[in-house]
Design a protein around this ligand. Structure first.
Ligand code: A4P
Ligand code: MG
Length: 189
């Protein structure tokens, strides 16, 4: 397998976001596409949150969630697969597009074990992870005690600082999201 690390498996956390198209179906598609990838085992999936958009101009509300995977893929191979899944979901990156503009599917590599990378095209932990309530709230469900590898302090502490229940609201789970979570062994809220 290209990009696999023989014998090694790392716990990684991935953020999912969508504010264009069939948002929830796109998140389900992403979980299933990643779960079907050799070298990726989905361990847990958070609830979905509906979140106010952070970014320029008027744009629709996002759905956000976080998933935990065990992966034998090197971080760059894992991110390459995530970017391919974004493309399969119809993500377009037109030249001149607004930074943080609307998107069908955004997949971010939040944490890759406790390792740090700062290279062209690969920055882990995700540089804005500790500032974003829409990431921290679902991440806290799965990794509240995990320390931020660069900044220290557990995810729960960062989440408490950014908490904003009016902007980040848990969504009642649909049948398809319940099914995805059940397959990944998490209890349903
Ligand atoms: N890249 C490098 N490191 C990473 C990483 N750890 N994870 C590179 C993902 N990508 C990484 O990504 C640009 C390039 O970053 C990729 O080609 C990859 O090689 P992108 O997805 O085009 O850019 P982006 O998502 O617009 O940027 P970024 O920096 O991930 O933005 P944020 O901070 O994630 O913001 N509001 C709500 N409510 N919910 C959201 O989900 N998302 C954003 C994006 C803005 N506002 C939002 C939400
Ligand atoms: Mg992104």
């Amino acid at each position: 397998m290209i990009g696999a690390t023989p014998g090694a498996s790392v716990t990684a956390y991935l953020a999912l976001g969508s504010n264009l198209g069939e948002r929830e179906a796109l998140l389900v598609f992403a979980v299933e596409a990643l779960a079907a990838t050799p070298g990726i085992e989905v361990v847990a999936v958070s609830r979905i949150y509906e979140t106010d958009p952070v970014g320029p101009g008027p744009q629709g509300a996002y759905l956000n969630a976080v998933m935990c995977v065990e992966s034998g893929l090197e971080p760059r191979a894992l991110l390459d697969r995530m970017l391919a899944v974004e493309r399969e979901a119809g993500r377009e990156r037109p030249s001149g597009a607004l930074r943080w503009g609307p998107r069908t599917l955004d997949l971010d590599l939040l944490l890759y074990g406790d390792r740090c990378f700062d290279e062209p095209g690969l920055c882990v932990p995700h540089p804005r992870l500790h500032e974003r309530a829409f990431v921290l709230e679902p991440l806290c469900e799965l990794a509240s005690e995990t320390l931020h590898p660069r900044l220290g302090e557990p995810i729960s502490a960062w989440a408490a600082r950014q908490r904003d229940p009016s902007a980040v609201r848990p969504l009642s789970a649909s049948a398809s999201w319940k099914a995805v979570r059940r397959r990944c062994g998490k209890s349903i809220n």
